[in-house]
Each structure stands twice: as C-alpha cells, then as structure tokens.
Design a protein around this ligand. Structure first.
Ligand SMILES: [Zn+2]
Length: 459
C-alpha cells in the first residue's frame, strides 16, 4: 500500500517532475497509472471531496441541485456516497448555458479564469461549450500525453493530427503528442487526397481519425494506386468517435489495410478530448481514473450494474475546475473491467458498445449498430459497409439491412441474403427483415462519423 502522504504527493505533483526521462519510461506517469486500486480509490475519494466542495462553492446550479437533494458536499465522504447526488445530463448543460450565458451556471469559476473553450457540433440543438482553466488545460494535455504514450508513441515518432481544429475539443489533443516529444504535423480535417499527399510527404508513423475515415482513406489510396500498407509509413492509427475501433473484425480489417496497429480512444466534448484509450494490449480502454470517476448504471433505474454488464456510462470529473461534471450521463453504453491489465496499469478498462440513442429493440433484444457491424464484418463476401433502416410494423421495430459485396475475385453470391440472415440469427438471435446486397462502393462513405442508421419509424 502507498502511504497516504505519497498519495497526496502524487495528486499534487506534476508527472513531468518525477520519474526518469520520458524516453526511458514504460509509462508516462507510472506512479498514477499503476497505483494499486485500493490507493487509487482513496485518491479518488480525497479528490472527490475537494471537487464537490469547489462545485458547491463556485456553481450556483450545483449548490441548488445539492440543496434540493438534501445533501451537503461534506456528507459525501467517499465514492460510495456518490449515488446520493443527482445526475447531470446534456439537456441540463444546454438549458443552463442558455439561462446563464456564456458558460452556464454549472461553471464554478469566473470567466476571467477560463483560457480555452470548446464547442460541441450542436447536432442536437444549441452547441454546448466546455470551458477550461489554465490548470484544467494542462491536466487535459497531460492525460492526452499519457494515452498517446500507452499506444507506444515516443519522441522518435511523427504524428499527423487529422482531427478538426474548429472549436472541436479533439483539436488541441495534438499538444499532448507534442508533450510526448513526437514531431507533430497539424493537418486538421483536409480532403482525403490532401491528407494522402501529406502522408506521402511527411511519412508519419501515427495518425488519429475515425474508424470509417481510416477505412475510406485506405480505399481512396488504393483507388489512386497507392498501397497503404506498402507505400505509406503509418504503423499506428488512433481512432475515436465511433465504436468500430473496439469491434475486433473492424479493427483487424483496418489494421490489415494499413499494416498498422489500431488503438481506440474515447472522449466527450463536455470533459476532455480523450478520457480513455487502449494500451498496447488492445483489450478495452483504460479510463484516466485520477481525473474521472466512473459509474455504469441501468439507464432506466439509475442503479449501478455489476462489472461486466452493459450500462450507461456516468462520469464525474475529479479535477476539472472550470466546470465540474458531477454524475454526467454520457449516453454511451459500456461494460467495465476493474481486473488488472497485462500492461500493468490498474485503471479500469471500458468496452464501448454504442450510444443509448442509437440503440433499438427487436424481439425484446437491445441492438446497437455495433452489434450489426460485428455480424457484417464476420462475412467475408461483404465489404464491411452497411446501412440499417428502421421501420415500424404492427407497433414493433423491424430493420432492413443494406450491405456491399466485396470487390475482388467474383464470389458465389447467390443465396447471400439468406446466409446473412442466418448469420444474424445465430449471432444475435434475430434477423433483418430484408437484406439488399449492393455492388462495392455504393453506400456513402463518411469523412467523420458514419451515418449507419436511417429511422423511418415515424414515416
Ligand atoms: Zn492495459
């Protein structure tokens, strides 16, 4: 066990000031990343008490919400007491921002202490802002550096940052790669041709994009006579924004296309660019638990579900001072694993299944687009692209599926739709109502997040 004084010292000191020189380290921040779970939980409880106190003192909304729940921050002594506090969700964040511009009254510092603000895409209404103090931003980049380091990124690497720089919280993540010491190329979101040109010119070892774009880019390269595996130097591709990076068959397909290792990261704009990422074991995403407290709940009852069972991920920030997020319902469905990882890191691993809003129910079974993707990717006659269309039939949800035949030597495709339906029945216990097999390249490719589900249930 780490003595309490050491735990406090770990919480207070900056990782750059302790341990050997970065290039020699196995971990970015060994003291924190391999902290025994008992000590990690003690550290979390101590940070939580301080953070709740800060939220209560600084934020009008939290003060009112805690008072309404009849709980004072002083009564929350440890992680186990957290369930006494109310949830926060995206709607509350948006409403409070509209009610108390600019930052909303969940913010717990004065605007003059804020140095950076990101904004969500606003696809569900008003773009929501995420403010950072200078210290928050420093923590943010330190966590990004930690996650990059865990994928094997080192100072000798060249990193091409291909995420959006316009207001998107993932834009500044490039600074985390610079903190690692990698040579960083600030590409941003550019057309595929341009990005491929940058890959040819700079020969980066690492890039970061979405899974569907990694696939699209590889296909575009091939169409131009460039073999991504042979002609380009990428050995590491980081993906986020869609569950594909955690679906083994999708991951392998992209890895084969590029001859590179794929690492899945997870982030939400309301907290950090990335809050969790795969280590080189590529088995789940380690959540930075010294910055986030994780609960996995039943979305209907709010009760915590046991490790290994899917539920909605609820995150509580432990240090983000500009706008604490206390019990924030992310809308993402995950399972949690607290058992030790072969890499030596002790922080929980999460496995992401999809978003609660994308889930649909067929024959009483919860289905995520990622479940459909697992089946589609397992059928070798198919390209891996797919589109789901939801219909309502006698008050029940049914779905049609469009897929693409894989390019290459002609395969016997007669009877393919029935074989696909059979594969669904055996894997998921249900099948699409109709299956259409299209020629390769018919379905739209996306530059960012793929639109996989068309909902016709209201039509
Ligand atoms: Zn690990």
């Amino acid at each position: 066990m780490v003595p309490p004084r050491t735990v406090a010292a770990l919480a207070a000191s900056h990782p750059a000031t302790r341990g050997p020189q970065p290039a020699l380290r196995r971990y970015w921040d060994e003291g924190i990343e391999t902290l025994p779970r008992h000590d990690l939980e003690r550290l979390q409880s101590s940070l939580l008490r301080e953070h709740l106190d800060h939220a209560y003192r600084g934020s009008r909304w939290y003060r009112q919400a805690f008072d309404a729940a009849g709980v004072s921050p002083g009564e929350i002594r440890s992680v186990a007491d957290l369930a006494r506090l109310p949830f926060v969700d995206k709607r509350i964040v948006r409403d409070r921002q509209v009610a108390a511009p600019l930052l909303g009254d969940l913010a717990a510092v004065d605007e003059r202490d804020v140095v950076y603000v990101s904004a969500s895409s606003g696809s569900t209404g008003v773009p929501t802002l995420s403010p950072f103090t200078a210290e928050d931003f420093d923590h943010f980049q330190d966590v990004q550096a930690r996650l990059f380091w865990a994928t094997g990124l080192r100072p000798q690497d060249r990193y091409c940052h291909a995420l959006n720089f316009s207001l998107f919280v993932g834009g500044p993540d490039v600074i985390g790669a610079q903190r690692v010491g990698a040579l960083c190329i600030w590409a941003g979101t550019v057309p595929a041709d341009r990005l491929l040109f940058l890959f040819q010119q700079f020969q980066p070892t690492t890039t970061w994009t979405t899974p569907s774009y990694a696939w699209y880019l590889g296909e575009t390269a091939r169409a131009q006579g460039i073999d991504p595996a042979r002609d380009l130097s990428l050995s590491r591709i980081i993906v986020a924004g869609e569950p594909g990076g955690s679906i083994p068959a999708t991951r392998r397909a992209i890895e084969d296309l590029w001859d590179a290792d794929l690492y899945d990261f997870y982030g939400i704009s309301d907290i950090f660019g990335a809050s969790a990422g795969m280590c080189q074991e590529k088995d789940g995403l380690h959540l930075a638990e010294d910055h986030h407290l994780l609960e996995v709940i039943d979305p209907a009852t709010g009760a915590e579900v046991p490790d290994g069972q899917p539920g909605e991920m609820v995150l509580t920030t432990l240090r983000k001072r500009a706008r604490p997020m206390i019990r924030f319902r992310t809308g993402d469905v995950v399972t949690r694993d607290r058992t030790p990882c072969a890499c030596g890191r002790t922080h929980s691993r999460i496995y992401i299944r999809g978003r609660t809003d994308d889930m649909f129910i067929v024959n009483g079974v919860n289905v995520f687009p990622s479940d459909v993707e697992v089946v589609v990717r397992s059928i070798e006659e198919l390209s891996g692209e797919y589109r789901i269309t939801l219909h309502r039939e006698n008050h029940l949800t049914r779905f049609d599926l469009e897929v693409e035949e894989r390019k290459g030597p002609s395969l016997p495709t007669a009877g393919l739709p029935e074989a696909i339906r059979a594969a669904f029945r055996s894997r998921l216990g249900l099948a699409p109502r109709g299956v259409v097999v299209l020629p390769d390249g018919t379905l739209p490719r996306s530059v960012h997040k793929a639109k996989r589900v068309v909902d016709r249930r209201q039509d």
